[in-house]
Design a protein around this ligand. Structure first.
Ligand SMILES: [Zn+2]
Length: 99
């Protein structure tokens, strides 16, 4: 039977890639028999799902924070360039896609 240390290692591997069927069976069998590992597995699954949900949100910079910190001056220059490059919104009276 799988020992708890091996269970934890295999559970960690499942975050990177799917396990081969024999390993997957050993993990499932261990979870059936071992309450602490069952709880640990549930916690890891919940954390993994939470991270996936956070990563899919716009503006999520990851646990290490943003890769690049802009100075206020650089941020102002970029925002000014975007404002200058954006065409003015079409007149609502003349837009053909209005209902
Ligand atoms: Zn265990």
């Amino acid at each position: 039977m799988l020992v708890c240390r091996d269970f934890a290692r295999l559970l960690s591997e499942t975050l990177d890639h799917p396990l081969e069927p024999p390993q997957r069976m050993r993990v499932r069998f261990h979870v059936v028999l071992c309450g602490p590992c069952r709880r640990y597995g549930a916690q890891i699954s919940a954390l993994s799902a939470l991270l996936r949900a956070m990563e899919s949100r716009p503006g999520f910079a990851g646990p290490a924070g943003p890769l690049v910190e802009l100075s206020p001056e650089a941020r102002a220059r970029i925002l000014a360039a975007i404002a200058a490059a954006t065409p003015p919104a079409a007149d609502p009276e003349t837009r053909s896609d209005q209902k």
